[in-house]
Design a protein around this ligand. Structure first.
Ligand code: NZQ
Ligand code: ZN
Length: 389
């Protein structure tokens, strides 16, 4: 087993009506004036925002609002939030929503605590943040795992770049997980969320490390659970039991637990982000559209790993390793298809892309072929192009 550090300080409060604990939790983490960050309106329509405001008022917590985070959240909107947070003198950020609201909230928390620095310089690794306001989360979409992750991903539309900042400062103080809050989700974001949860573990599973039996068992168990309950939740989005499993899997899949000692690959995330930055594609859609192309490009690097994956996750028994590996890849595609997710680039909303565009994407994802993506197989610009193609 390789050396690792495990740090997952987020307090998770799970269950029906868990949002009633919001005020109590904010006070526990020393919040008295809060910036509430949310998305483009689902929490207004569902009544959750009003409910939370009443809870804060009852608990004597002051608040200002910053609503309007879009999917693939924009840097500009986060900058506006920083300004608002500083002007109002808030000491806590409460994000209500999915990954986009949460990541915007995290960005505001970093920016408000470092008022002299433009937040993008933290995202571009030009500066390292030393402090951030505390963040709490009420989750309405099981997907990105941002409620327990150290990452926050922003899109800078001026330079067509989508990029994450990873820092322990980004770990929320608490995450409120009430599966009922997801019941208003339309099918596509729901399926994108299930896909993203699966991908956060599979992108930790295919690395160069070996011999991490405990970590492998956790990862394989999580993937089996997400397949089983993901299909059920997709068929019946108001099924509390299956959505509970998905929601909890989402938080565990991206808090580093499922990859301890393995490191991370995340090449598919990297090449997927380019599609979100250029064409505003939903994050989960970019992942399912690209994963099997990535897998077919790289499986020869460690065919035994693919055989193990197929055997333990899908019960694939085939003495022929080549066939077993390819069957594992195809069965993963079948899983994505069962959620009506795209499994080819041409199935995304942009449709067929010209060769020139694919080359450009390969160039962007590898910073002009100066960096490679992933560790299972180092993806340079040529390989990225082959995968997109
Ligand atoms: O904006 P609203 O109106 O809230 O609508 C959202 C949005 O349209 C809607 N939605 C969310 N909860 C709902 C709901 N609609 C009805 N009922 C509900 N209960 O769903 C749509 C998608 O929301 P979004 O927050 O964008 O989705 P998700 O949670 O998948 O987050 C995606 C973002 O997270 C980033 C992605 O790149 C993407 O930008 N990621 C963040 C990570 C992290 N911070 O650790 C890791 C991930 O790999 C990912 O990169
Ligand atoms: Zn993801």
């Amino acid at each position: 087993m390789d050396s690792f550090r495990y740090y997952s300080p987020t307090e998770i409060v799970f269950g029906r009506q868990a949002q009633e604990k919001t005020g109590e939790l904010i006070k526990k983490y020393n919040g008295s004036k809060v910036l509430i960050v949310y998305g483009s309106g689902s929490v207004v329509r569902s009544g959750l925002l009003d409910e939370v405001k009443k809870i804060l008022e009852k608990d004597g917590i002051l608040y200002v609002e910053h609503g309007g985070a879009k999917p693939n959240p924009r840097l500009d909107f986060a900058r506006e939030g920083v300004k608002k947070a500083i002007e109002a003198g808030v000491d806590f950020v409460l994000a209500i929503g999915g990954g986009s609201a949460i990541d915007t909230g995290k960005a505001v928390a970093v920016g408000a605590a470092n008022p002299k620095t433009d937040i993008w310089s933290f995202w571009m690794d030009e500066e390292v943040p030393k402090k951030a306001l505390p963040v709490g989360v009420i989750l309405t979409l099981a997907a990105a795992g941002s409620e327990s992750s150290p990452s926050a991903v922003l899109t800078n539309t001026e330079i067509d770049r989508k990029k994450g900042l990873t820092s322990d400062l980004n770990r929320p103080r608490f995450g409120i997980l009430n599966p009922e809050l997801t019941f208003t989700l339309p099918k596509y974001p729901l399926a994108c969320g299930i896909t993203d949860i699966y991908m956060h573990t599979i992108e930790r599973y295919f690395t160069k490390a070996s011999g991490n039996e405990m970590t492998d068992e956790i990862a394989e168990g999580l993937m089996r659970n997400v397949i089983r309950n993901g299909k059920k939740a997709y068929r019946n989005p108001k099924d509390y039991q299956s959505m509970s499993e998905i929601m909890w899997s989402g938080s565990l899949s991206h808090n580093d637990l499922t990859g301890l000692g393995n490191g991370k690959d995340f090449a598919v995330h990297g090449i997927g982000h380019v599609l979100s930055a250029l064409y505003d594609e939903a994050h989960g859609g970019t992942l399912s559209a690209l994963w099997s192309s990535w897998a077919r490009e790289v499986y020869q690097e460690d065919i035994d790993r693919f055989v193990q994956y197929g055997k333990r996750v899908f019960n694939i028994e085939n003495e022929n390793k080549e066939e077993a590996a390819l069957e594992a890849i195809e069965t993963t595609e079948q899983f994505f298809k069962s959620l009506d997710m795209p499994i080819r680039l041409t199935q995304l909303s942009k449709g067929k892309l010209e060769d020139e565009e694919l080359r450009k994407m390969a160039d962007i994802s590898t910073f002009g072929d100066t960096k490679t993506l992933g560790v299972f197989c180092r993806i340079d610009a040529q390989k990225a192009y082959e995968i997109y193609k």
